[in-house]
Design a protein around this ligand. Structure first.
Ligand SMILES: CC(C)(COP(=O)(O)OP(=O)(O)OC[C@H]1O[C@@H](n2cnc3c(N)ncnc32)[C@H](O)[C@@H]1OP(=O)(O)O)[C@@H](O)C(=O)NCCC(=O)NCCS
Length: 158
């Protein structure tokens, strides 16, 4: 297995895989494309014999240059539980640390059990600030994405 930085044209395969693999928010093509074009240094794909088996898309925040935001991470369902997500996260972590970032942040729905387990294991913790609410045993920020849309904001200091 190889984990490498994306090329711009990977956005097509990433969009196709996102739709095929499920368990994730599907973006418009434009979002995948702007990530692979403008954030190449912090976006990765995992490949097995040149077949894409995972991707991780993130970027360094402009508003908070000390922070990197991990937007999406997804692994082929047939390949999960084999350390592919961990490998991509470690490469993202190394890339943003080298840029000078001091923190990784991301968000998830509290109901996303795979994301909750994975982020916890990667050392991220739910942010406790602001109005919080417990959902399925996880601390979420109340109404973070609008009324009733509670979101877990995860953070890890580097
Ligand atoms: C989350 C996801 C990317 C993890 O990828 P993965 O390659 O299966 O993860 P890894 O094999 O690297 O697992 C790393 C750790 O995460 C945890 N983990 C992963 N899958 C888990 C599961 N099904 N149940 C419990 N813990 C799990 C484990 O602690 C694991 O470490 P361990 O094997 O030492 O116990 C994958 O499950 C996925 O694609 N989910 C759907 C998309 C999604 O929800 N993405 C996150 C929001 S954008």
């Amino acid at each position: 297995m190889l984990v490498r930085n994306v090329f711009e044209n990977d956005f097509i395969a990433i969009g196709d895989r996102a739709r095929d693999w499920g368990d994730i928010v599907i973006e418009r093509e434009t979002i995948y494309h702007l990530m692979t074009k403008h954030f190449r240094q912090t976006c990765f794909v995992a490949e097995d014999r040149q077949r894409m088996i995972g991707y991780l898309l993130g970027f360094r925040s402009q508003a908070c240059p000390d922070e990197a935001y991990m937007h999406l991470v997804q692994v082929d369902p047939a390949m999960r539980g084999n350390g592919i997500g961990r490998r991509m996260f470690r490469q993202f972590e190394d890339a943003v640390r080298a840029m000078g970032c001091k923190k990784i942040v991301t968000t998830s729905r509290p109901q996303n059990r795979l994301a909750v387990a994975f982020y916890r294991r990667m050392g991220l913790k739910p942010v406790q600030a602001g109005g919080t609410i417990e959902v399925d045993g996880v601390t979420a920020i109340k109404d973070y994405n609008g009324p009733g849309k509670h979101v877990v904001v995860w953070a890890k200091d580097l």
